[in-house]
Design a protein around this ligand. Structure first.
Ligand code: HEM
Length: 408
């Protein structure tokens, strides 16, 4: 397989191995992406002894074209580097994110009614009450860890409400989802992540079986009563799709909140500006553009094709780096500045096209409520320690974030 960087040659690629989590912790990363967008918006990433080469799309425009083209780019052989490089995703054709149309459309229609803007709005009161309670518990305590005490609880508790899972299971799911996807450090074993995923599946299976006996108010019971391809859904089908909600919805929202609060603690003027925001919805969209943790998604080309003069061969892995596309100066004026009134804001943090994040209304709602409650509570956020960065080639952000409420 040919593996060259058009603009800078092999030496440069070796020092910027995007499969390697440590690469994403380098301080010059923003400059790397800026250079790449300008010089080679689509480039070939080196292969290695452990993985094949792949295409890296770092500009906004070609990323949009790939996201919306599920005919020439399949999700069924994975949609993140981990599975794409392994050559398969075990949930292909069963889980929404890794199923292609037309089956994908039928599957998505089952889940959409529970996740519309109107439907998730019914969860708002509980989200606000819980957030206010947690924050007031910590308000006078001096230092606390925003990541573990607030952000790791609100999204998964909300997803549990959405699925109809009782409060008694909430904390178990908090700790399992944390182990299942991101890595807090280089030492964390892949074995413990796999074990955590198995436990989440078992926990969801228990819930499906319990709700078959005693219906609850939530998505699991709704799926139990639904048909898919003219047959009732099996336990396996329900578990797989609820699992995609748990994995897709918990850590993404959690890390967006953490990354935003980290930025607010680093830049008191930014926090003051956020305190003055009237249009919270527009501000939250900008927070998602700037601080969403999901760095990339990907596809496999199903056919030979050309994009912007780059020849892609059937079977090639193509990755879209939202973290770069969302800072594309051709699409966003002053892309490195957080503009709370940015409108329109065509960011790709939720993807684009048929797989556009089905949980976007919920993510927007819970991020807005948590940050709104936080700004009611304190005029200043003070960092009281060094946050622990994640070790991942997929998610960026912090596992811990020690802070205190301060004076303006
Ligand atoms: C800030 C928070 C979030 C971000 C940044 C995010 C990001 C994304 C992105 C980029 C995709 C498209 C993936 C692709 O094209 O391969 C996606 C899909 C998806 N997300 Fe989210 N997400 C967030 C919150 C949520 C929430 C709260 C839920 C669940 C309630 C959720 C569930 C899903 C599911 C099930 C899919 C697959 C949709 C499909 O394939 O049709 N996400 N998300």
């Amino acid at each position: 397989m040919t593996t060259t960087f058009p603009a800078t040659g092999r030496g440069d690629t070796r020092s910027w191995d995007l499969t390697e989590p440590a690469t994403h912790m380098r301080p010059e990363l923003a400059k790397f992406w800026r250079d790449r967008r300008q010089r080679t918006p689509i480039f070939r990433h080196e292969d290695s002894s452990t993985h094949p080469g792949f295409w890296v799309v770092c500009a906004h425009d070609p990323a949009v074209r790939i996201y919306r083209d599920s005919k020439r780019f399949t999700s069924q052989r994975g949609n993140v580097l981990l599975t794409l490089l392994a050559g398969r995703d075990n949930a292909a054709g069963k889980m929404l994110a890794v199923t292609d149309p037309p089956r994908h459309d039928r599957m998505r229609r089952l889940m959409t009614p529970a996740l519309t803007r109107e439907a998730v709005f019914s969860l708002a009161t509980r989200i606000r009450e819980r957030t206010a309670r947690l924050l007031s518990e910590w308000a006078n305590s001096g230092e606390f860890d925003f990541a573990t005490e607030i952000a790791s609880r609100i999204p998964i508790w909300t997803i549990c409400d959405l699925l109809g899972i009782p409060d008694s299971e909430h904390d178990l799911l908090v700790s399992l989802t944390k182990q299942a996807l991101s890595s807090d450090d280089a030492e964390q074993s892949a074995v413990s992540a796999v074990a955590a995923r198995q436990e989440i599946l078992l926990c969801l299976l228990d819930q499906v079986q319990a709700q078959r006996r005693r219906p609850a108010d939530g998505l699991i019971t709704r799926l139990i009563g639904s048909e898919f391809e003219e047959a009732p859904l099996t336990d396996d089908q329900i578990v797989t799709n609820c699992y995609s909600i748990v994995l897709g919805g918990d850590e993404t929202s959690r890390l967006t909140m953490i990354n935003a609060v980290h930025a607010f603690a680093e830049d008191p003027a930014l926090w003051r500006r956020f305190g003055e925001v009237d249009d919270l919805g527009t501000a939250v969209e900008e927070i998602i553009r700037c601080f969403a943790p999901t760095m990339h998604f990907g596809r496999i080309a199903t056919t030979d094709l050309d994009i912007d003069g780059v020849h892609i061969t059937a079977g090639d892995i193509v990755t879209m780096w939202n973290i770069s596309a969302n800072r594309d100066e051709k699409r966003f004026e002053d892309p490195d500045t957080v503009c709370f009134d940015r409108k329109p804001n065509p960011h790709l943090a939720f993807g684009y096209g048929p797989h556009f994040c089905i949980g976007a209304p919920l993510a927007r709602l819970e991020i807005a409520i948590v940050l709104d409650e936080l700004r009611r509570m304190t005029p200043a956020i003070v960092a009281t320690g060094t946050p622990q960065p994640l070790y991942s080639n997929f998610l960026h952000g912090y596992a811990t974030l020690p802070v205190a409420f301060g004076q303006p």
